[in-house]
Design a protein around this ligand. Structure first.
Ligand SMILES: C[S@@+](CC[C@H](N)C(=O)[O-])C[C@H]1O[C@@H](n2cnc3c(N)ncnc32)[C@H](O)[C@@H]1O
Length: 214
């Protein structure tokens, strides 16, 4: 088994896993939920050269992009599941088999009961002691916070080359297609899904990162 002293997901280092040798995370089986275009998986394949990866996303279009991006890349340790949502994970992956599951920006389309179901499915698939890492869009706590947060998001998108029209369309999804919950609600949701250790490890504007251990 490959072992590592620290975990860096999407460029964010999780210091809690680097401090004591006993905190080793055996990274053999990694599941990525809502893998999108496969960009982060491409990096993770390089970062964890001995790990096997299972990628899942409900979108056929995303799956096609992932397959295109990762063609010829370590196919022996890569499985791309048929299009499924997170909550259906257990039907495709055996329980208690994954060392790490990541779900990056893919639960904000779900209402609360569906989120809990999806988080429970992740927990079931993890080995005891396995690590769940997730980054989320976060709902600010107040109407003013939403106004400031969306303005900052708009600036960010336009600074990164989006037109004003594209940006307004993206922002208009907030509260309709994108239904984030507050940073405070996430640990509760993870605990409700059965995780014992639940922590926020990064928070900026309307995004936050959490880890949880089965
Ligand atoms: C903003 S993209 C993030 C993609 C990727 N995780 C990344 O960080 O580059 C959101 C992804 O979540 C996927 N998604 C939507 N609903 C989902 C669900 N119920 N379960 C898992 N993924 C979902 C979408 O198809 C899309 O690929």
């Amino acid at each position: 088994m490959q072992r590592c002293h620290s975990v860096s997901i999407a460029g964010v280092h999780l210091p809690a896993f680097g401090q004591q040798p006993d905190d080793f995370v055996g990274v053999e089986h990694v599941n990525r939920i809502g893998c999108g275009t496969g960009r982060v998986a491409e990096q993770a394949l390089r970062d964890f050269p001995a790990a096997e990866f299972i990628l899942a996303d409900p979108s056929k279009a995303m799956r096609v992009q992932t397959r295109g991006r990762l063609t010829n890349r370590d196919s022996a340790r890569l499985t791309i599941l048929p299009p499924i949502g997170n909550a259906d994970l257990e039907a495709h992956v055996a329980n208690s088999t994954a060392d790490v599951i990541t779900a990056i920006q893919c639960h904000h389309y779900m209402q609360r009961p569906e989120r809990i179901k999806a988080l429970r499915a992740c927990r079931e698939v993890l080995k005891p002691g396995g690590l769940f890492v997730t980054f989320k869009n976060i709902a600010p706590r107040t109407a003013e916070g939403v106004r400031f947060g969306l303005a900052a998001w708009k600036h960010f998108l336009m600074d990164n080359g989006r037109t004003e029209q594209e940006t307004d369309q993206q922002i208009a999804r907030y509260g309709k297609e994108l239904v984030p919950i507050t940073a405070e609600e996430h640990p509760d949701a993870l605990a409700q899904a059965g995780f014992g250790v639940v922590e926020i490890f990064w928070y900026s504007q309307m995004q936050a990162g959490f880890y949880a251990i089965k």
